[in-house]
Design a protein around this ligand. Structure first.
Ligand SMILES: NC(=O)c1ccc[n+]([C@@H]2O[C@H](COP(=O)([O-])OP(=O)(O)OC[C@H]3O[C@@H](n4cnc5c(N)ncnc54)[C@H](O)[C@@H]3O)[C@@H](O)[C@H]2O)c1
Ligand SMILES: [Zn+2]
Length: 344
């Protein structure tokens, strides 16, 4: 999974000396943190505009072209949020059939989740993460100084992924975090411990262990695609979790008190992200504006689908315990009507 290094950019800099490095950096970070420019003054650098558009063939091609002179013994350094990290992961996997990769996650979401576990992907014709790779980093630098410029909205989006892990894997962490939200360092540390334990057991998602991390992502990815990525990933997962809770309720997998507690927890994160609409209203709005056919097409691209394309979702059995469960088409289609009306 690569080593976790907690430190500063100043401490990272000397470790790059003598290596052939290509840095892929979120452009916004360069202006927000002048220290990045200083650290990379002698390093080949390609800047990209962070955001879902970075996860495209066009931007990938630009990074691959910039990496043409990088030898196979070279290193790619990804400095940015989850989108830059996912893009750089694909590029590092392809360049010279694989160069070393170092992540410097700059969003809370990237620190708790996307920089760990080796997954990278780009979108194909609007379908979220349709083409991807596993390519594990040699190291991840957690430079907390970079988190200082994150807005409360960006922090809430990162917290969604951390709370997702607690809900599915660790009931005690969930209860503790519900009582008192953890400080950033503690959240990153605990979420990474939870995720790395799962990834060590099932690094290439061959079984169900790693799939459990996709709680809320079947519908979450659909909502990102339907809104043409205007809905940020963390917010989309928040709404996707409501759908997973409702499907779990209807299949008798998720007990009502658990569903209510988890819905309240993610409702708080949703509000912390500054959205004016209530989560159920936002869900009704997105589903109401799209046909069941469009939703079915996007759901069919879900990577958890069974052999004949049937939907399989991560459902919560109780706090800290989830399982992957086939979901009959009739059930999720009839749920669409309820969600459209703002019901569960
Ligand atoms: N590979 C995985 O295992 C995995 C896991 C979870 C999510 N993801 C992916 O991660 C992506 C979402 O990541 P994200 O939320 O980090 O998105 P992002 O990379 O788009 O970052 C969000 C915004 O924050 C800005 N930003 C980055 N660092 C900043 C900083 N320090 N201060 C101020 N602004 C900063 C970016 O420019 C961008 O506008 C999605 O594409 C999702 O699919 C991947
Ligand atoms: Zn996610």
């Amino acid at each position: 999974l690569g080593a976790d290094r907690w430190g500063t950019l100043a401490e990272l800099a000397p470790t790059l000396q003598g290596r052939n490095v290509l840095a892929v950096v979120d452009r916004r970070l360069v202006s927000l943190h002048p220290s990045i420019g200083r650290v990379l003054s002698d390093t080949a650098t390609v800047t990209v505009v962070g955001g879902e558009r970075a996860k495209s063939f066009a931007v990938l091609e630009r990074v691959l072209a910039a990496g043409g002179a990088l030898p196979r013994s070279g290193t790619m350094l990804a400095i940015g949020g989850g989108t830059v990290g996912d893009l750089a992961t694909v590029a590092a996997h392809l360049l010279k059939r694989g160069v070393a990769l170092i992540h410097v996650p700059t969003t809370l979401l990237a620190a708790v989740d996307s920089s760990l576990g080796g997954k990278g992907a780009i979108h194909v014709r609007g379908v979220k993460n349709a083409a991807g790779v596993f390519h594990f980093p040699v190291a991840t630098w957690l430079c907390e100084e970079l988190f200082a410029t994150l807005s409360s909205r960006q922090r809430a989006e990162g917290a969604v992924e951390a709370y997702k892990m607690a809900a599915c894997l660790d009931a005690r962490a969930w209860r503790r975090w519900r009582q008192a939200p953890p400080a950033t360092t503690a959240m990153v540390f605990e979420a990474r411990a939870l995720k790395s334990a799962v990834c060590r057991r099932d690094p290439y998602e061959r079984g169900d262990a790693r799939r459990l991390l996709n709680f809320g992502h079947s519908f979450g990815h659909v909502f990102e695609s339907l809104t043409r990525f205007r809905l940020p990933h963390g917010a989309a997962v928040c709404l996707g979790i409501l759908c997973a809770l409702d499907v779990g309720r209807r299949l008798g997998v998720t007990p009502e008190p658990v569903a209510r507690d988890v819905e309240a927890g993610f409702g708080e994160l949703w509000r912390a992200s500054g959205s004016r609409q209530a989560p159920r209203a936002a869900l009704a709005h997105i589903i109401g504006g799209n046909s069941a056919g469009a939703i079915a097409t996007l759901l069919a691209a879900d990577k958890k689908a069974g052999p004949s394309g049937e939907l399989r979702m991560v459902l919560l059995e109780r706090l800290g315990r989830a399982r992957v469960e086939p979901v009959p088409t009739k059930l999720w289609r009839s749920s669409l009507g309820k969600w459209r009306r703002g019901d569960r």
